[in-house]
Design a protein around this ligand. Structure first.
Ligand SMILES: Cc1ncc(COP(=O)(O)O)c(C=O)c1O
Length: 383
């Protein structure tokens, strides 16, 4: 099977590893924690944990996934039983397991754009028709529900998207979620929602798993939980026959997850409020700095009410996004993620979540734009 190049991962990961990358503002994980920090934050005993590691039998874990972790994951939802949780290898493993299990040639899916590339390139590779519905970008990147209503039909297997959205951070309100469920239900479609960025609001953020029997929700330890290196992902599925198929596919793909990873992630989730408070505080702090920087900015605009870990910033400079970001990295050592990864020209994604030298990075972006305009003043174009 031939897959299209994964634009974001293939561009960002090498750039991230490059020596030129001095100030990394391109990612989307909340500042990762050390193991020590996790234990300090939770108040659990690191000594007991290290003893557990030393005595750990390195056989397979429970094939269905560590029960303690599945129970802890189900506690992130209002209406999910722990047996409806499948543990897989990262959010990426969750998404690919769902695509490969659910979809087949002849289906169509609705892809709400910008979307994570697994949700459109993988379906295309198995000859599924992908119908794009674009968020209304300048209107706060909001979803126009009527566009979805017009795009679905009886062959629509699933509506697939990310909520909160990556890269814009826009979020469906509870009434919009209900309406989307009603649209999916009218044609018997699944809602497949990547909820990797859920959890940053102070109040409970509803999940599609709470409200729709044909919801399939994916998420992982990477983003709001700051533990990407543990590679714990999960799928919530409430349909027993599909559940069997998902486990079956996972047997072909990875058999099961890692014992150590699932164990340490369970400890984190059992203190979910402390971890989320840390994440919110980091994101809110950085957001305030970036909001101040953007306020009245001559060249830069951000349109969303954002609840993820990134902003998508539009720039009024007539240089394509990949060139803009390559030059920014080459000339200033600042790495942001170019908006062509999301097919949104003249934009870049900037992190709200893990910047040690954020203010210096923002200053260098300003300096870089001033230099671009000084090189050629006709580049200042209002998009
Ligand atoms: C929307 C979305 N889904 C999935 C992933 C992959 O997550 P993981 O690191 O858990 O594989 C990412 C990573 O950037 C993402 O942004």
């Amino acid at each position: 099977m031939k897959y299209e190049s994964f634009i974001l991962e293939n561009w960002l990961n090498p750039a991230c590893d490059s020596e030129k990358n001095r100030i990394y503002l391109g990612g989307s994980c909340v500042l990762p924690m050390t193991v020590k920090e996790l234990f300090e934050l939770t108040g659990e005993s690191l000594d007991d944990f290290l003893k557990w590691v030393a005595d750990m039998n390195m056989a397979y874990p429970e094939f269905a996934g560590t029960e303690r972790t599945r129970r802890a994951v189900s506690g992130l939802y209002k209406n999910v039983d722990w047996k409806e949780v499948i543990l897989v290898h990262g959010g990426t493993g969750a998404n690919s397991t769902v695509v490969n299990t659910l979809l087949e040639e002849g289906d169509n899916i609705i892809s709400i754009v910008p979307n994570y590339q697994q949700f459109y390139s993988m379906p295309k590779a198995i000859k599924v028709e992908v119908r794009d519905v674009h968020l209304d970008i300048k209107n706060g990147y909001k979803l126009v529900l009527d566009d979805v209503r017009k795009a679905v039909d009886k062959n629509t297997k699933a509506i697939m998207f990310t909520n909160p959205n990556n890269p814009t951070g826009s979020l469906l309100e509870p009434e919009e979620m209900e309406e989307l469920v009603e649209i999916a239900r009218s044609v018997g479609a699944y809602i497949v929602c990547d909820e990797m960025y859920r959890g940053l609001k102070e109040e409970y953020m509803p999940s599609f798993a709470d409200i729709y029997e044909k919801a399939i929700v994916t998420a992982s330890s990477s983003k709001v939980w700051s533990m990407a290196g543990t590679r714990v992902g999960w799928i919530i599925c409430k349909d027993p026959s599909l559940m069997f198929d998902l486990f079956n596919y996972r047997s072909y793909d990875s058999i099961c997850g890692g014992k150590f990873d699932e164990y340490i992630f369970a400890i984190a989730l059992e203190h979910k409020n402390k971890i989320l408070a840390r994440s919110r505080s980091i994101v809110n702090h950085n957001k305030a700095i970036i909001d101040k920087w953007l306020d009245g900015h001559k060249y830069l605009h951000q349109y969303a009410d954002a609840y993820g870990t990134t902003y998508l910033i539009h720039y009024d400079v007539d240089v394509d996004a990949e060139t803009f970001c390559n030059r920014l990295l080459d000339e200033k050592g600042v790495l942001v993620c170019h908006g062509d990864c999301f097919f949104i020209p003249h934009t870049f994604r900037i992190t709200l979540s893990h910047a040690e030298e954020l203010e210096e990075g923002l200053r260098l972006i300003d300096e870089f734009i001033d230099e671009l305009i000084a090189e050629d003043p006709s580049r200042h174009v209002k998009f």
